[in-house]
Design a protein around this ligand. Structure first.
Ligand code: SGN
Ligand code: CA
Length: 520
């Protein structure tokens, strides 16, 4: 019989005592990069199958309303580590952010509570990881092919192989050599499926016969949405989605904005893999050049290329998660391990004509979240409450029997996980708060903040723009119609403004100052 832990007021001592007397759950926290629910079969409507990710959901829970607080890698990771919004943890954007590793973080608190803490893979927070007994991280975004890893002593090694496979192997190796007398948290943080979606050799030719369905709003012209009109993440645009770098239409001598970067990434391939790679993409490039396309035909062709490469990378991610699950099963660890699968944010798969993320619109405000639950947590199936990535830290801490500090802004999901069946009512948040800061920057998404309730979304784009948007998610789930300013919605709009101000007060986001300075 194992114990399900609840918050314990006298922490340190109490949790140490517990550590000695009871078995606390391990945590395997798998996080992909830019993987989105539209490309995960357990979420429904995915054009590709992800059987291993679905395995987690099938035996556990799937969160149907899972959101981030700031849809970008570094900021998202900082929110998860601290349980706090960006303005509190200080890492507001990738461009200038350096994570202050001296602050309180979930791994540090778990370590204090007697957990072994390890991190393998993408980190992306610039400063050295703190709070981990062990880490091996990718420099920055890392490489897909023969990637470098930074070790705890600062040394760097180049590993042979495909990044997703290597991160899995290293994770299993760490599990093998861990101290088996202690509970652990292992962060398995993949690079896949980040741009520019470089596939493993074994899946190079997969999905080539698949024609992916075009999202209904692929040809969106962003009417009534000024910030959306000014983004640079359009699949159709040759500036935003580069034919060489993103679509791999590239033969020696080709020059485009990102062709050098592309050449650099693929130059990491071993001579043997390089031949295999070029055989495939060179023939594709040659065929394209024989019949170059323009206009909508080109945009739709780029969309297919994008989807195919993303699918290949995702397939390997799914395989690798399967391998890790197999290992946990073989070791008999599943009964007492929380396995979390999520991403640092969602992504556009052609919706609104886009790739990338950043906007507070549904596809990138959302992030996939499925969990296999340890014994003692009876909830199964779909959890519909609105959760956010600031909730992970308090959840892990409560499950570990460690205290949740008052200054954490997220809320522990434990009550949602204990609930037997969906019948019981759990008191839960009514709205989520979002704030994105990285502008001016790549992809040109304006700074904005906003509120999302079950039904409505209100967004304010600011800095060198001053635009409000209001969406009715029930009648317009694709967010095509900005209702802001329409007399019919003035009452809803007033109520949302009020709720938004309340959230900003609750989270202590100094928005007046932000607007005055035009800075974060
Ligand atoms: C890189 C990519 C961008 C992407 C950011 C942030 N450009 O800069 O397309 O939005 O990362 O992504 S690339 O030319 O280098 O591929 S994040 O997930 O790390 O936040
Ligand atoms: Ca990302």
């Amino acid at each position: 019989m194992r114990y399900a832990f609840t918050l314990f007021p006298m922490l340190s001592l109490a949790s140490q005592a517990w550590a000695q007397t009871t078995e606390r759950p391990n945590i395997v926290y798998i996080m992909a990069d830019d993987h989105t629910a539209q490309m995960m079969s357990c979420y429904g409507n995915s054009p590709v199958e992800t059987p291993n990710l679905d395995r987690i959901a099938a035996g556990g829970v799937l969160f149907s309303q899972s959101f981030v607080a700031n849809s970008l890698s570094g900021p998202s990771r900082a929110c998860m580590l601290t349980g706090k919004h960006s303005h509190k943890n200080g890492f507001t954007n990738n461009e200038h952010g350096v994570f202050d590793g001296s602050q309180q973080t979930m791994p540090k608190l778990l370590k204090e509570a007697g957990y072994q803490t390890a991190l393998i893979g993408k980190w992306h927070l610039v400063s050295k990881p703190t709070g981990f007994d062990y880490y091996e991280i990718l420099p920055g975004q890392g490489d897909y092919y023969n990637p470098d890893f930074i070790h705890m002593d600062g040394s760097v090694t180049t590993e042979q192989g495909y990044c997703t496979d290597i991160i899995t192997r290293k994770s299993i190796e760490w599990l093998e050599r861990r101290d088996k007398g202690k509970p652990f948290i292992l962060f398995v943080h993949h690079k896949a499926c980040h741009r520019d979606w470089l596939p493993p050799m074994k899946y190079l030719r997969e999905y080539e016969d698949v024609t992916f369905p075009l999202p209904t709003n692929f040809h969106d012209t962003w009417e009534g949405r000024l910030a959306a009109q000014q983004q640079e993440m359009s699949i159709a645009s040759s500036h935003d989605m580069d034919l060489a770098y993103d679509n791999k239409v590239y033969l020696p001598g080709d020059k485009s904005r990102l062709s050098d970067l592309y050449a650099h990434y693929i130059s990491r391939l071993s001579p043997e893999d390089s031949v295999t790679y070029h055989e495939f993409y060179d023939s594709l490039s040659t065929a394209y050049k024989r019949q170059p396309l323009t206009g909508d035909a080109l945009a739709e062709w780029k969309f297919q290329r994008y989807m195919r490469d993303y699918a290949k990378v995702t397939r390997s991610l799914d395989d690798n998660v399967g391998q890790l699950l197999d290992y946990l099963e073989q070791q008999g660890l599943m009964d007492n391990t929380l396995v979390v699968y999520t991403s640092d944010q969602g992504f556009y798969m052609g919706e609104h004509g886009w790739f990338d993320k950043r906007f507070m619109y549904e596809e990138s405000l959302s992030t996939p979240l499925v969990m296999h639950l340890p014994e003692g947590y009876e909830r199964r199936g779909v959890v519909t409450q609105m959760v956010q990535n600031i909730d992970y830290a308090p959840t892990f801490l409560e499950m570990a029997g460690a205290p949740v500090p008052d200054d954490m802004q997220g809320i522990s999901m434990v009550p949602l996980l204990r609930e037997a069946g969906a019948g019981k009512k759990v008191k839960w948040r009514k709205a989520v708060y979002y704030h994105y800061y990285e502008y001016p920057a790549e992809h040109s998404v304006k700074r904005h903040y906003g509120i999302r309730t079950e039904r409505w979304k209100l967004i304010h784009f600011y800095n060198d723009i001053d635009e409000w948007e209001l969406f009715d998610l029930k009648n317009d789930p694709s967010e095509m119609h900005n209702l802001y300013g329409l007399p019919r919605y003035s009452k809803v709009s007033r109520a949302l403004h009020k709720q938004l101000r309340e959230l900003q007060r609750q989270y202590d986001d100094p928005i007046e100052e932000t607007l005055k300075n035009g800075e974060e």
